[in-house]
Design a binder for this molecule. Structure first.
Ligand code: URP
Ligand code: ZN
Ligand code: ZN
Length: 465
């Protein structure tokens, strides 16, 4: 592992802003100070006039996810490389067993796939069904693999979704372990009912996806997830929150003293449901199907509520839910929106979008940006201070960021393995110039220098009481 000295950067952490040099050696931050001298052989990065952030932590990705009859288009190599190009140095992906599949078999499958990662990675374990063996396996992955968060889907009924009884049992097991339960909140049965009705009425195009999953369906499920967690006396983490009603449920719970974490994603902050009117054959670079994800993109009004929630500290983290499908893959649902694979790319774009439309527009401070995109996800999921921090001893995962560079997002230039971008044409002000992964310069001025398999698995054991 080489030695790198970052000179004169404007360091931004979740709490501070100051100018200093950072010396990285042996994969960790060795020193932070003024006028540090470069040891012989060290690579020197002149960060004068640029910001230096802790590497991004994306707590919600789906690399090579088998889903809805296909597999998401970025594998762990291409997906983590795209992340590095955009300043994300750690991801937390999801092991998602099929219903009735053993958690252990699924764990082995995902662990093997992830070996090709170029950035560090951890896993949430999705629990998609429940019996005595599942309970045992939850204990096993918690103890053997340091997987200390369990994901539940209240949507996708009939596939990977769980019902309330299963959710209660999962939460009860998590309580015994001290593990964190995370929830995708949509009322699965209500969605199925609306889907059936729309299809019966001949409303089969992609745009009806949004109508089949209205915001109140998310609001109800968010409230229910919080209620069930409250019954167990445990915290809960709401993934990809998109809607005012869901935010209201979080705010009410917080006012009542409950520990509820909320995550949102750039697409829910920046897009509105007019995207479902897009047609690629009418000259658009994207099609309504490219925006089919769950929950869907919301009508105008929700976005500003989410920004306000983020600014007020009521939404805590920003992840991507990176789950790309190519146009060809999306065509599986051209005659029936319920068959369009749900998901879109974003792992590369998170930092530049959040800086441009959050910090540059004055909606959040630089410190809030670092907190939501790096420090807090690391803290919530037991990766801090190894990740999410600029401290002596922390992993040397660092981003040098030029806040003056203007750019434009396009599928033609992004590193995602996907021919579409839901952020096509979005202008950015602020760009990653260098990314260090454990001290190695893995990205420099457009040049990816990643090594397949360089990513390390991150155990997330809870501190001993
Ligand atoms: O549409 C989405 N979000 N696809 C990925 C799976 C999930 O629900 O997070
Ligand atoms: Zn989800
Ligand atoms: Zn997801």
């Amino acid at each position: 592992m080489g030695t790198t000295l970052i000179k004169n950067g404007n360091i931004v952490t979740a709490t501070d802003r100051y100018t200093a040099d950072i010396l990285c050696d042996g994969g960790v931050i060795k020193a932070i100070g003024q006028n540090l001298s470069a040891p012989s052989g060290a690579e020197v990065v002149d960060a004068s006039g640029q910001y230096v952030f802790p590497g991004g932590v994306d707590a919600h990705t789906h690399m090579e996810l088998p889903f809805m009859g296909t597999v998401s288009a970025d594998d762990f190599y291409t997906g983590t490389a795209a992340g590095v190009a955009g300043g994300t140095t750690s991801i937390i992906d999801f092991i998602i067993p099929n219903r009735k599949q053993s958690l252990i078999d699924a764990r082995d499958f995902w662990m093997k796939n992830a070996e090709k990662s170029v950035a560090d990675y951890a896993f949430h374990m999705a629990v998609t069904w429940f019996d005595e063996s599942v309970e045992r396996h939850m204990h096993q992955v918690f103890n053997d693999n340091g997987i200390t968060s369990f994901k539940t889907f209240m949507a996708y009924t009939g596939a990977i979704g769980v019902d309330d009884q299963e959710l209660i049992q999962i939460m009860r097991t998590a309580r015994k372990l001290g593990a964190l339960v995370t929830a995708h909140c949509e009322h699965g049965y209500a969605v199925v009912e609306l889907q059936k009705r729309l299809i019966a009425e001949g409303k089969k195009e992609a745009k009806y996806h949004a109508e089949s999953r209205p915001s109140w369906i998310e609001g109800e499920a968010t409230h229910r997830a919080i209620t069930l967690a409250r019954a167990q006396g445990i915290p809960v983490y709401i993934v990809h929150l998109t809607a005012k009603e869901a935010l209201d449920a979080v705010v009410t719970a917080r006012k009542e003293g409950l520990l509820v974490w909320a995550e949102t994603c750039p697409q829910y902050l920046l897009l509105d449901d007019s995207v479902y009117e897009k047609r690629d054959f009418e000259g658009s670079a994207t099609d309504a199907a490219d925006y089919v994800m769950s929950p869907p993109i919301r009508p105008k009004g929700h976005q500003e509520a989410l920004w306000a929630g983020l600014a007020a500290g009521l939404i805590h983290t920003v992840a991507t839910d990176h789950c790309p499908f190519t146009h060809q893959q999306k065509l599986a649902g051209k005659d029936d929106f319920t068959r369009i694979p749900n998901g879109a790319a974003g792992v590369q774009d998170r930092l530049s979008l959040m800086w441009t439309y959050g910090v540059e527009r004055g909606r959040i401070t630089p410190e809030q940006f670092v907190n939501a995109c790096s420090t807090l996800p690391a803290k919530v999921f037991n990766l801090y201070p190894k990740k999410g921090a600029i401290l002596v001893g922390s992993d040397a995962d660092l981003v040098v960021f030029d806040a003056t560079t203007r750019g434009k997002i396009s599928a033609k230039t992004h590193k995602h393995n996907c021919d579409r971008s839901i952020f096509e044409g979005f202008e950015t002000k602020g760009q990653v110039t260098h990314t260090l992964v454990r001290g190695e310069l893995a990205y420099k001025d457009g040049d990816l220098r990643v090594t397949r398999g360089n990513g390390r698995y991150l155990r997330r054991d809870l501190p001993k009481a």
